[in-house]
Design a protein around this ligand. Structure first.
Ligand SMILES: C[S@@+](CC[C@H](N)C(=O)[O-])C[C@H]1O[C@@H](n2cnc3c(N)ncnc32)[C@H](O)[C@@H]1O
Length: 233
């Protein structure tokens, strides 16, 4: 049977539970050579976002594709109200265990109806867009964002594979792990790469503003092939 990303995440989410960052990051797939970093770098990256965008207690923060909760945990520790969605039920269980006052619901990223009663101040989608199986699905996700936003909502779509860098990424990966391993790893499990125009067109259609935030980057090798977008509703 062909392996799918959802089966990969199902497996990762079934790792034995522990509420330390090391395990939570491992569950979220942050363990391969090109995507590994220190726990300190992780916390620094998230705390910088919180500081730069003045996210504070009382704000409603929602993460789509929240996995084990490793990204939301620094927000939660600052008493910011956290909401999350993931298509893996085990991940949702883990989030509920480590962030008892949060709201975590199992759902597909292109179906936000269970959240439509909320209007969030900040929406994060970190390192998830590459796992969507088509641009059609990604477009559906973008369309859904409008239902849970209000004027002033900031939507951060982070760690998005940059189509302009796809060839260089492939060449670097093949050099690092060899063609055989590359084909084995990525022939069934594709990463979807996005042109900047995908986000520009969405913002133009909806009269939202778009910014690339290149200064806030997680210190990891693959970040050079990715872009961080911020949409202001
Ligand atoms: C690389 S992990 C990132 C987790 C977390 N955002 C972080 O930054 O640590 C990708 C996550 O996206 C979730 N995911 C991927 N595709 C999804 C989809 N179509 N709907 C909901 N969740 C999805 C996976 O289950 C996994 O938890």
């Amino acid at each position: 049977m062909k392996e799918s990303w959802s089966s990969v995440w199902k497996k990762k989410s079934s790792l034995p539970f522990s509420n330390n960052y090391k395990t939570l990051l491992l569950m979220n797939g942050w363990d391969t050579g090109v995507s590994s970093f220190s726990i300190n770098d992780w916390k620094k990256f998230i705390n910088l976002i919180i500081k730069k965008f003045k996210i504070k207690k009382g704000d409603k923060v929602f993460e789509i594709g929240c996995g084990s909760g490793a990204f939301l945990l620094p927000f939660y520790k600052k008493k910011i109200t956290c909401y999350g969605l993931d298509y893996s039920s085990k991940f949702i269980k883990t989030c509920n265990k480590i962030m008892k006052k949060g709201v975590f619901i199992k759902a597909e990223a292109n179906d936000l109806k269970k959240f439509k009663r909320y209007k969030f101040n900040y929406i994060f989608i970190h390192s998830v867009f590459q796992y969507f199986d088509s641009m059609y699905y990604a477009n559906q996700v973008m369309g859904q964002l409008k239902k849970i936003s209000q004027k002033g909502t900031k939507v951060f779509i982070l760690d998005v594979p940059n189509l302009k860098k796809k060839k260089t990424w492939e060449q670097k990966m093949i050099k690092a792990i060899g063609k055989k391993e590359f084909d084995k790893k990525y022939s069934n499990l594709n990463h979807l790469f996005y042109p900047k125009s995908f986000f520009e067109k969405f913002c133009k259609r909806n009269n939202f503003s778009l910014e690339i935030i290149s200064k806030i980057k997680l210190k990891k090798q693959s970040s050079q092939y990715r872009l961080n977008y911020m949409i202001k509703v």
